[in-house]
Design a protein around this ligand. Structure first.
Ligand SMILES: Cc1cc2nc3c(=O)[nH]c(=O)nc-3n(C[C@H](O)[C@H](O)[C@H](O)COP(=O)(O)OP(=O)(O)OC[C@H]3O[C@@H](n4cnc5c(N)ncnc54)[C@H](O)[C@@H]3O)c2cc1C
Length: 477
């Protein structure tokens, strides 16, 4: 290390220590590069501290709560729910987050990555100011500053009545009623969680269906499953007003919604949870000093997607800061980090195949998909064949008794599989084989030779491929 005001040099400077930034740093260090990682908050970023991990920990607890009702109502197990001990539940969640956080810190230290805890500002194409020092990069700078909840004009979160995913789970308990605004993955997961924990839930989505980027069949099944659980679902509906009323425990928010039929509905709820998307974080980053600008939606777009490199040579972007087709998912940011590190080490890694990145919603029911939707395949003018099977058509699906389905979109004439779309219990764990099938451009006949274990839910996936290959066992073509 240098001292005084001389710039400190490294091979690679990474700005932001979330999943995108820390994966870049770890891989670059493993390839022998000297890395400085600048993070203004905690390494692990959104996913670890406010996103994937705490939300999935709580959704796991929600599943256990739902299981008590199922045990009693369906299986004759005389179980009742006494109460949810909120401090105990959140302590377990926080312990999982803390252990992961220590793990990331330890990996970075072990790899020899120099972590600087400060806000970073670009001062040129290869230089960054942070914590009163200036750092220069011999090979490149990687921008990984991530995203934050998108807000609506005039709707200011106060952390109590109007909240975002940043604070919804960190209050001292869940409300007894909530209106969730936004039917994307985060809104659906949070609506599902609140419902499992006993809240009255209204879910409002402006588009005609939930998860509008997913296959229409997925949205339909998901909507049906959530309604069956007692969630009031309003699609094609817009928020027209939100007024806090009352004070203390008796207070809440009076939310006005214009429905798809042009009716105005007023919902009085203890909390309004705004989940209308995420926006990239670039404030104070000094993009202009490096010769960069954001696109119309605030992302930093690469000029070369194969190298995730901007128009300024040596400046790369990973994670939520990227525009679509990067999907704003942690596992995509890991892959982007690996890719950029390998590029900076002089390699020529395979470009990321974005349609083959799996997408999961961890609600009840879950959704999991990979590849093209039926509509996307048809819009591309492809010759498309589709086969669908309910999960309850296999014995294990009946055991679970939660509905769900498998839908496979393939090229006609026995050609490659284009997309797989699952809804139902445990499909987050079932999508992995389909990601290989789509990624490897396998044909139904290739898959149909592989035997699925019986009795499992995944048998339904195998069965759909058997049918598409003309060898259906329990399903006729
Ligand atoms: C509620 C929720 C649930 C989610 N669930 C899932 C899921 O189940 N699966 C999944 O794949 N994805 C999920 N995501 C998305 C996932 O969290 C993001 O895709 C992922 O965190 C993006 O990683 P990133 O590294 O790009 O950004 P981030 O994780 O946001 O990290 C960016 C980091 O940069 C730092 N930073 C910003 N500006 C500066 C600066 N100027 N100087 C220094 N540091 C700076 C920030 O402090 C932050 O730590 C979820 C997100 C949310 C909000």
């Amino acid at each position: 290390m240098t001292s005084g005001n001389e710039p400190d040099t490294a091979d690679v400077l990474v700005v932001g220590g979330g999943t995108g930034g820390y994966s870049t740093a770890l891989r670059a260090a493993a390839l022998g590069l000297d890395v400085v990682l600048v993070e203004r908050d905690l390494v692990g970023g959104t996913c670890l501290h406010r996103g994937c991990i705490p939300s999935k920990a709580m959704l796991h607890a929600a599943e256990l709560v739902d299981g008590i009702a199922e045990a009693r109502e369906r299986w004759g197990v005389k179980a009742t729910l006494d109460a949810v001990d909120w401090p105990a539940l959140t302590a377990t969640r926080d312990d999982i987050v803390a252990r992961n956080h220590r793990g990331v810190e330890a990996h970075l230290a072990h790899a020899g990555v120099r972590v600087v805890r400060a806000a970073a500002r670009l001062t040129g194409p290869r230089s960054v100011a942070a914590g009163g020092r200036e750092y220069t990069a011999r090979r490149g700078v990687v921008l990984a500053t991530g995203s934050r909840p998108r807000l609506l004009p005039g709707l200011v979160p106060d952390g109590r009545r109007v909240v975002t995913s940043d604070d919804a789970l960190f209050a001292p308990g869940l409300p007894d009623s909530v209106l969730v605004l936004g039917g994307g993955a985060i809104g659906v997961e949070y609506a599902s969680l609140h419902r499992s924990m006993g809240a009255r839930v209204v879910l409002v989505e402006a588009a005609e269906r939930l998860l509008p980027l997913e296959d229409a069949e997925v949205s339909r099944q998901l909507g049906r499953g959530l309604r069956r659980r007692g969630i009031e679902l309003l699609t094609g509906a817009r928020l027209t007003g939100a007024e806090p009323y009352g004070s203390g425990d008796g207070g809440g928010v009076r939310v006005t919604v214009l429905t798809d039929r042009g009716e105005t509905r007023v919902h009085e709820v203890a909390r309004l949870l705004v989940a209308v998307g995420r926006e990239p974080v670039t404030d104070g980053l000094g993009l202009a000093a490096a010769g960069l600008a954001t696109d119309a939606r605030g992302h930093v777009a690469p000029a070369d997607w194969a190298r995730l490199e901007t128009a300024v040579p040596g400046i790369h972007v990973v994670g939520d800061l990227l525009p679509p087709p990067s999907p704003g998912l942690a596992h995509a940011s890991f892959a982007e980090g690996l890719l950029v590190a390998e590029v900076l080490a002089g390699g020529a890694p395979r470009p990321i195949d974005y349609p083959a990145v799996p997408r999961v919603t961890y609600s009840s029911p879950q959704t999991a998909s990979v590849g093209l939707t039926e509509q996307q395949a048809r819009d591309r003018g492809l010759d498309v064949v589709v086969n669908t099977m309910p999960l309850t058509a296999v014995a294990k699906g009946m055991v679970h008794g939660q509905g769900g389905s498998v839908k496979v979109v393939a090229t006609g004439g026995g050609g490659p599989v284009l997309g797989v779309h699952l809804v139902g219990p445990h499909v987050s764990e079932m999508i992995a084989e389909s990601q290989l099938i789509v990624g490897w451009e396998a044909e139904p006949a290739d898959v149909a030779w592989h035997i699925h274990p019986h009795p499992t839910l995944s048998e339904a996936v195998g069965e759909v491929f058997l049918t598409l290959a003309g060898r259906g066992l329990h399903q006729s073509a």
